[in-house]
Design a protein around this ligand. Structure first.
Ligand code: LHQ
Length: 261
């Protein structure tokens, strides 16, 4: 597929997906959704891919839905069908992806762009980046899973005020509130993101993915269900080559060489 709205590169087990419509602050069009879906197909199907990095080109991460695509003068629009077709599958696929997903928020994230970042496993932002739940400014509700992730991450009080006020949230405050993992200095951002994806890309992929599955399951599970799930996932993880390699390397006092198998 010839890519126009994103860039997608795979190297040494690391897949890098860059939203690439910088003039529109990487806002989502149908074309971008189609290309992202193609990239996710590859991540799901290429066995050598062991981590996915999502970031944005230029000064922004993602401004959410491209409002230029919405002709509000042409009669009523069914936004629900757009969400059903594009945003909901995107979020479902990201959380279920069989590799860890890192989101590098390189600049402003707005609307669905914020909630896309929150659907990733590890979200790291430049200190100069900010988050805007822009929906309230145009009469909409947060989508792309935002109403589910936000209260869980930052609590109902902050989620309500963040969404209803539309006030921008700094990356540092987002870290303080537990909405993202880390806000890092702009100068060291690229190096820190790179170190993280290199580490995850060389990690015990199946164990990491099982850990992600367990943690993601916890918010809707009972302790009993979670204990059962941990047992099952540990059983599966214990059968991987990487578990054997991890224990062997520990005993031999050397760095492990994981293969993701
Ligand atoms: C854009 C956009 C944009 C097009 C900036 N589209 N061009 C899902 C499904 C169905 C329907 C509806 O919604 C959804 C989910 C959603 O995501 S709804 C929310 C959509 N997003 C927004 O409402 C955010 C709109 N943008 C902004 O509030 C600001 O641009 C932010 C806060 C992101 C950045 O502000 P600034 O840094 O001051 O930049 P700017 O406003 O000057 O924008 C720069 C350019 O980017 C500008 O174009 P221009 O040709 O004038 O340079 C904007 O028009 C364009 N742009 N967001 N979403």
């Amino acid at each position: 597929m010839e890519l126009q709205a994103i860039r997608f590169e795979v190297e040494n087990g690391i897949a890098r997906l860059t939203l690439a419509r910088p003039e529109q602050l990487n806002a989502f069009t149908v074309q971008m959704h189609t290309e992202v879906a193609y990239a996710l197909d590859r991540v799901e199907n290429e066995r050598g891919i062991r981590v996915l990095l999502i970031t944005g080109a230029g000064r922004a991460f993602c401004a959410g839905q491209d409002l230029g695509e919405r002709n509000v003068d042409a009669g009523p629009l069914d936004l629900g069908s757009n969400i059903e077709k594009y945003y909901n599958p995107l979020v479902r696929r990201l959380v279920a992806l069989p590799v860890p997903v890192v989101c590098a928020v390189n600049g402003v994230a707005a609307g669905a762009g914020v909630n896309l970042a929150l659907a990733c496993d590890i979200t790291i932002a430049r200190k100069s980046a900010k988050f805007v739940q822009a929906f309230s400014a145009i009469g909409l509700v947060p989508d792309a899973g935002g109403t589910w992730t936000l209260p869980r991450a930052i609590g109902q009080t902050r989620a309500l005020a963040f969404v209803l006020s539309g006030e921008p949230l700094s990356a540092e405050r987002a870290e303080e509130w537990g909405m993202i993992w880390k806000a890092v200095d702009d100068e060291s951002f690229d190096a820190q993101v790179d170190a993280l994806v290199q580490r995850l890309g060389a990690g015990p992929t199946r164990g990491l993915v099982n850990a992600k599955r367990a943690i993601r399951a916890a918010s809707t599970a009972t302790l009993e269900e979670q204990l059962d799930l941990e047992r099952d996932l540990q059983r599966e993880s214990g059968l991987t080559d990487d578990y054997r390699e991890g224990v062997t390397a520990f005993k031999q006092k050397r760095a492990p060489r994981f293969t993701g198998i």
